[in-house]
Ligand binder design. Structure first.
Ligand code: ADP
Ligand code: MG
Length: 240
């Protein structure tokens, strides 16, 4: 479903991604972890063509994201993104947040978009919040809206970049629960997170990044019980 093949990326003279390769199968959930600054967010952004790469290839569902002539808005519309800071449209209500992309990008009718939006709000437990503005919601609720908004576009895969790290502890599980449900329904997911309970529950494999490189890709339990590199051991000792 997603194939990242030997990609390199530089920010000026800083080598932020160095020969990264990773494949995610259809229906697979992969957790990406690693120290701050190791390139996790950059990697996720490259998959969605939010950042260009300098060499290598990225293929999403048989479309080469990095090929000349690929329509980037089409690629972006097919992969749902959820960020740490929600990034909802502040001047739109919750329901409008869920409808906007459907109407503008997918050319759905208002009725169709509304129906889809209402169904998704129900699914993330926020049917009663439809007409509020994002600022009136808790962080956990806003993040669930962000997930619903991404799902409204019928993505073929979802990328999450530390979706719970800006949340108060008591709100983390309400967001993770939605993500676990999504995983169980068979969504293909790349999740940058340090929530190792989540990883153990739904991720078949864990990717460990350090200094712009994919250092380990291992079955989840293998990674936790027996990480290969000293760097991963050190990292795990800090977060577990
Ligand atoms: P992570 O998500 O693992 O914390 P990032 O992908 O955000 O790492 O960043 C990797 C490195 O690239 C960091 O050192 C960061 O400072 C740097 N970086 C990120 N974005 C930019 C940018 N737009 N311009 C220059 N450097 C950047
Ligand atoms: Mg990051």
């Amino acid at each position: 479903m997603i194939k990242i093949d030997n990609i390199d990326k530089w920010y000026g003279n800083f080598h932020v991604l160095n020969g990264c390769s990773l494949e995610v199968e259809r229906g697979e959930v992969i957790v990406i972890c690693g120290p701050s600054g190791s390139g996790k967010s950059t990697l996720i952004k490259c998959v969605n063509a939010l950042e260009p790469i300098d060499s290598g290839h990225i293929v999403v569902d048989e479309t080469e994201v990095t090929a000349k002539g690929t329509k980037l808005p089409d690629v972006r519309a097919r992969i749902g993104m959820v960020f740490q800071h929600f990034e909802l449209f502040p001047h739109k209500t919750v329901i409008e947040n869920l409808m906007l992309g459907q109407i503008k990008v997918l050319n759905r009718s208002r009725d169709e978009a509304l129906k889809k939006a209402e169904g998704l709000l129900e699914r993330v437990g926020l049917a009663d919040q439809a007409d509020k503005y994002p600022s009136a919601l808790s962080g956990g609720q806003q993040q669930r809206v962000a997930i619903a908004r991404a799902l409204a576009m019928d993505p073929i895969a979802m990328c999450f970049d530390e979706p719970t790290s800006a949340l108060d502890p008591e709100m983390i599980s309400e967001v993770l629960d939605v993500m676990v449900e999504l995983a169980k329904e068979g969504m293909t997911m790349m999740v940058v997170t340090h929530e190792m309970g989540f990883a153990r529950k739904v991720a078949r494999r864990v990717v460990f990044m350090d200094e712009g490189e994919v250092k380990e890709i291992a079955a989840t339990e293998t990674f936790f019980k027996n990480p290969e590199t000293d760097r991963a051991k050190e990292f795990l000792s800090k977060i577990l």
